[in-house]
Design a binder for this molecule. Structure first.
Ligand code: PLP
Length: 401
């Protein structure tokens, strides 16, 4: 195949090539920059230069934690590097059950099930639970994996305005009597860093008899006094029916999970296709994840430090005149406006060894392009100040502030 035909695939590849080339010409191409080395929790080497890391999801700085590394190595020694295939055949290890019990305990749930990615978790869980004739109501800013899961399910897919409870209620009222309904939202929104209004969502779910699913990719380790997430943050235990999360962000591994009532987990274990038809988590990753949940509970100072760093970063950027939107968490959007301005600010930051990345349209609405900076528990206060000084100076030069 030489891709020279005048067909859809050829045309789409040409459009992409053109876009990438234009970005490269301006030195604005920040896609997939390889990290050569990870130094401690907050620094990386990229292109041979040591940079402060402000684009990581390892909010508590657990990547490379000695206890977690040791657990992963011990698992390799005991079980090897792979499983025997899917969980249902020979792929279930004691490690998997230990991890699922740890997660259930951490999330105050009866049981939990794990999958090999958060993306696969949303796809398979939503499409296993929901089907034709059902109604799923999803926040407009929900993660792509939720959107894909909803579409795959075949259910009626309705999106409500972002964190807008009047709009959610209106849409719940439109669901026909007797139809099964599920409300889904990110607990912390991955591009904006704001927190779902859980008390109001729970009220509406109870009033209209809807199940509630929360994606806790950015709230575990971030929200709540001990890092247990959205329910702890609002002190509303047992208010979320389907507690979904990933093992690839605060938890420095890979994989996804759902925690909840035993019947729910049993059902998913016997019916969800990503569990039945896709290999089990590798031993090292299962053991690393299991240990990470324990480290979070054993080292609560990390959450305090993350909270202090978040306050310093958001407060400092706002003080300089940046618009950080509605964030109150470690995800800090730095609004730039146009794509070009977001690229220019990224370029200036990276040239001064601050590793941040832009988010541009269509990932966010046009005119809302931004840096999507993150702050970590492993940052020192002086490092954060330096990063803010650099972003501030560049922001002035570019005309953002
Ligand atoms: C990252 C992310 C996922 C996907 O998780 P992976 O484990 O990376 O596949 C799902 N939902 C949200 C909100 C995320 O940010």
């Amino acid at each position: 195949m030489d891709f020279s035909n005048d067909d859809g695939i050829t045309r789409r590849m040409a459009v992409l090539q053109q876009r990438v080339q234009t970005m490269r010409d301006h030195d604005f191409y920040f896609y997939n920059q390889p990290v050569e080395e990870v130094l401690g929790g907050s620094k990386v080497i990229v292109n041979g230069r040591e940079m402060g890391m402000y684009a990581s999801y390892s909010y508590l700085g657990l990547v490379g934690h000695p206890r977690i590394n040791a657990a992963a190595k011990a698992a390799v020694d005991k079980f090897g590097t792979g499983t025997h295939g899917v969980r249902t055949l020979a792929g279930s290890l004691t490690l998997h059950r230990e991890l699922e019990e740890t997660i259930a305990d951490f999330k105050h749930a009866e049981d939990a099930i794990t999958y090999t990615s958060g993306y696969a978790t949303n796809l398979t869980v939503i499409s296993t639970l929901m089907g034709r004739g059902d109604y799923v109501l999803s926040d407009k800013l929900n993660h792509a994996s939720i959107v894909d899961g909803c579409m795959m399910s075949g259910a009626e897919f309705r999106r409500f305005k972002h964190n807008d409870m009047a709009d959610l209620e209106k849409r719940l009222q439109q669901v026909p009597d007797g139809a099964t309904r599920l409300v889904i939202a990110d607990a912390v929104f991955s591009m904006d860093g704001d927190v779902i209004d859980l008390p109001s969502v729970v009220n509406l779910c109870r009033k209209y008899n809807a199940y509630l699913m929360m994606d806790e990719a950015h709230s575990v380790g971030v929200l709540g006094k001990t890092g247990r997430g959205i329910e702890e943050h609002f002190e509303m235990w047992d208010s979320v029916d389907i507690k979904m999360g990933t093992l690839s962000k605060t938890i420095p591994s890979v994989g996804g999970y759902v925690a909840g009532k035993k019947e729910l987990i049993d059902f998913l274990r016997h019916g969800s296709r990503a569990y039945i038809f896709s290999a089990a988590l590798p031993p090292a990753q299962a053991a690393a994840a299991n240990e990470a949940f324990k480290v979070i509970l054993d080292e609560p100072w990390r959450i305090d430090k993350l909270n202090a760093n978040t306050k310093q970063f958001i407060g400092g950027l706002k003080g300089m005149g940046f618009d950080t939107m509605l964030t109150t968490t470690a995800i800090v959007p730095v609004l730039c406006g146009t794509d070009e301005r977001a690229y220019a600010l990224t370029q200036a930051a990276q040239r001064n060894d601050v590793f941040v990345l832009p988010v541009v349209s269509p990932a966010v609405p046009e005119g809302l392009s931004r840096l999507r900076a993150t702050v970590l528990a492993s940052h020192e206060s002086s490092e954060i100040q330096r990063a803010m000084d650099i972003i501030g100076k560049a922001g002035k030069e570019i005309g953002i502030i």
